[in-house]
Design a protein around this ligand. Structure first.
Ligand SMILES: *Cc1c(COP(=O)(O)O)cnc(C)c1O
Length: 402
């Protein structure tokens, strides 16, 4: 991740902690409806200008109470499987439901066909197995292709084009499958690719060239082309003009309806995570503030990605007089959020506000160490905060036994 730009992360707060945050329980996620609406507007305007259709990838953000904020700007939702497909159908009613899964189960297909409008298969074998049933049910059927074009460095676990990847069908895999089942192409209504992660449109343009080169024969026969997620469209400075050129090119060259299914971009910078300092310990030269929030439990991407989340009012380590490691209360030695610097050493009871916490957090957290799940609140466009849901002991226990 690029160096934290705190202005963008906290723009919706005007860069300061609002007074009413002091009344909120910690830890808690606070979803910002105004920021969400602003993202929706950018995506909706893009769709209106270009004729593309934008879907919410629910795996990044699935706080459905706020779907009504995004729904007017979107064509629908994208799901990673049965449950998300059902959630999209239930909570964004009347909108399209698209699903991609690396492998579908036989025992879920009938129900999936109830919820989904588009079903994208990952392999020719899955397409051959379930495609006829999906078509008979009147669904639009797609294949995820692997253009074998890596455009990102560093994060191999986020690169579906890495050698040996299981995600998407390569040209060689497709040719081998069609040699055996010549009717396979007739099942296809569309192609899907998803190869980007937090990237700008230059990477999309390179990828689109690779898709065009590898699947030139199939594309003109398709009704739609889904360009996946990973487009950081709502990030300040994103190159929308190049994105629009990519969309226009696909529309002109192949006559397809273009879909984009960003997750991050829908809810980028649209949430905060509020936590308080419980204790401050000094070990040699290191000062550690132990928070009532855990990286491992409440913001797992900090460890998995890994990245350092933006923190309001702080600076990078060493920039301000007092550098402090912020860490969780769990037993995991590596439950560290990052090193930040402050004007003065944080004290027990101090409130800290992390930014960009709407994505890959509430939908990914866990109760390791018996950590409580943080409450989820929303902040209206007028700044008032409202509790959506809180969790307790029962939510921890219910997943562990009868
Ligand atoms: C993860 C994913 C997305 C969303 O990605 P973001 O990086 O959150 O925009 C979209 N489509 C598919 C198939 C995905 O796996």
């Amino acid at each position: 991740m690029p160096a934290a730009d705190s202005r963008a992360h906290f723009a919706a707060l005007g860069g300061v902690v609002p007074a009413n945050f002091a009344e909120l329980p910690t830890p808690c996620y606070l979803l910002d409806e105004g920021a969400l609406a602003r993202n929706g507007q950018i995506l909706g305007d893009l769709a209106a200008r270009t004729g593309c259709k934008v879907l919410l990838a629910q795996k990044a953000f699935s706080n459905y109470d706020l779907y009504p904020v995004l729904a007017p700007c979107l064509a629908g939702t994208e799901a990673s499987g049965l449950f998300e497909a059902r959630l999209g159908a239930e909570e964004m009613p009347g909108k399209e439901v698209h699903v991609f899964c690396a492998a579908y189960r036989e025992d879920e297909m009938a129900e999936l066909l109830r919820w989904a409008d588009h079903i994208v298969f990952n392999s020719p074998a899955q397409l051959a197995k379930f495609g006829p049933m999906a078509k008979a049910a009147g669904k639009s059927v797609g294949l995820r292709v692997n253009p074998e074009c890596s455009t990102q460095e560093g994060h191999a676990i986020y690169d579906p084009c890495a050698p040996g990847s299981r995600l998407g069908t390569t040209r060689a895999q497709w040719d081998a499958a069609v040699a055996e089942h010549p009717a396979l192409p007739d099942l296809l209504d569309g192609l899907h690719f998803h190869t980007l992660c937090e990237q700008d449109a230059d990477a999309l343009a390179v990828t689109l060239d690779a898709v065009a080169a590898k699947f030139r024969d199939l594309l003109p026969r398709m009704q739609w082309l889904n360009m996946g997620g990973g487009h950081h469209i709502t990030r300040p400075g994103y190159d929308v003009a190049t994105l629009e050129k990519c969309i226009a090119r696909a529309q002109a060259d192949w006559g397809v309806t273009v879909y984009l299914e960003p997750g991050e971009a829908c809810a980028l910078n649209a949430g905060y995570f509020l936590t308080r300092v419980l204790d401050v310990v000094h070990n040699g030269d290191t000062t550690v503030a132990i928070l009532d929030a855990s990286a491992a439990c409440h913001m797992p991407d900090v460890i998995e990605m890994p990245y350092r989340p933006p923190l309001l009012g702080s600076a990078d380590a060493g920039e301000k007089p007092c550098t402090v490691r912020l860490a969780g209360p769990t037993c995991l030695a590596g439950d560290v959020i990052g090193d930040y610097s402050f004007d003065a050493e944080p004290q027990p009871g101090d409130l800290l506000v992390f930014g960009d916490m709407a994505i890959y957090t509430t939908c990914k957290n866990n109760t390791f160490n018996g950590m409580p799940l943080p409450a989820i609140w929303t902040r209206g466009a007028d700044g008032t905060c409202r509790e959506l849901v809180q969790f307790g002991y029962r939510d921890f226990k219910v997943r562990l036994g009868r």
